[in-house]
Design a binder for this molecule. Structure first.
Ligand SMILES: Cc1cc2nc3c(=O)[nH]c(=O)nc-3n(C[C@H](O)[C@H](O)[C@H](O)COP(=O)(O)O)c2cc1C
Length: 284
């Protein structure tokens, strides 16, 4: 049983790294073999948007970076812990760079069944609105099932060691993922948020002023105020509409992305003519 930690912080022995290592110690106590990759130690090129990987399995224009190595490590583990500090309300750029490279994993959708958990250190309460969203995107694209998430308020380098409660929480999170692997129980164990699919608290208000949508999953519900409290009612099986469910992704790929290839090929000559003036513009 292997548990892999992906570390999205540049800081060596910073808060993310310490919390991840603490979690890995917890996983080890349940018999897991553990490994941590600090993403900033690897070369992660931006996605070139060529789209080759969408149509041909494992084909990518980028040949000379470490993304395939990182993905092979994810392939080789039974459970994953993602750690990322919050940078300007979001996760760090190196994690986003990895997210953009995840298209190549599209052919594996629905084939992977592994639990994952997330650790997010941050410094200012309330200044982390998008990190859960973005980490959910990464885990979903990797085909992993999030079973828990913790956010830890801590600022200076390695200061988190002074926060015993946070350290215990991280240790417990590591134990939990190892137990989840052993018992094949991938049910969500964290605090229940608003979205029935990703459990996040963020919702987008739609223009009818009553429907709300989870921006990550696309799941929709009705907003109301009950006894002075904001509430969202989702249909019982609303989670089934999540854009990250394997069958929804399969349909997206089959009926939206795959047919776009024919249009692209059909319009080649017309595009060539119409793009000429943009090619020539601002070249000197
Ligand atoms: C460039 C930068 C941007 C940051 N932006 C935020 C932020 O938007 N919200 C927040 O709560 N903390 C922010 N922080 C603080 C870090 O999230 C916090 O210090 C965290 O504990 C760092 O973890 P690390 O030691 O693993 O890198 C920022 C830190 C840096 C360096």
């Amino acid at each position: 049983m292997k548990v892999l930690a992906l570390n999205g912080s540049f800081r060596k022995n910073g808060n993310t790294e310490i919390l991840l290592k603490q979690a890995l110690m917890g996983a080890e106590s349940e018999g897991a073999a553990v490994e941590m990759l600090r993403l900033t130690d690897y070369k992660i090129e931006p996605c070139r948007g060529c789209g080759l990987c969408l149509f041909r399995e494992n084909v990518c224009q980028v040949q000379d970076d470490d993304v395939n190595f990182i993905f092979s490590k994810v392939d080789g583990c039974e459970g994953m812990i993602l750690g990322t500090p919050c940078y300007f309300l979001e996760l760090t750029a190196v994690v986003k760079q990895l997210i953009d490279r995840c298209w190549i994993l599209g052919h594996k959708i629905g084939k992977i069944k592994k639990p994952a958990t997330v650790i997010i250190p941050y410094a200012t309460r309330g200044w982390i609105p998008y990190v859960s969203v973005q980490s959910n995107i990464l885990l979903n694209l990797m085909g992993l099932t999030k079973i828990n998430e913790i956010t830890v308020c801590t600022q200076g380098i390695s200061e988190v060691v002074l926060d015993e409660e946070a350290m215990d929480l991280a240790y417990g999170l590591g134990k939990e993922i190892a137990v989840a692997i052993k018992e094949k129980d991938f049910a969500y164990k964290g605090a229940t948020g608003i979205c029935p699919s990703c459990h996040d608290w963020l919702v987008r208000i739609l223009k009818d002023h009553e429907t709300v949508e989870c921006p990550t999953c696309g799941v929709r519900g009705k907003l109301s105020i009950i006894n002075g409290k904001i509430s969202v009612q989702f249909e019982e099986n609303a989670w089934a509409d999540s854009r990250f469910r394997p069958d929804v992704q399969y349909n997206h790929f089959t009926y939206h992305i795959a047919p776009s290839k024919d249009y692209f090929l059909r319009t080649k000559e017309e595009r060539k003519i119409k793009t000429q003036k943009y090619k020539e513009y601002l070249t000197k």
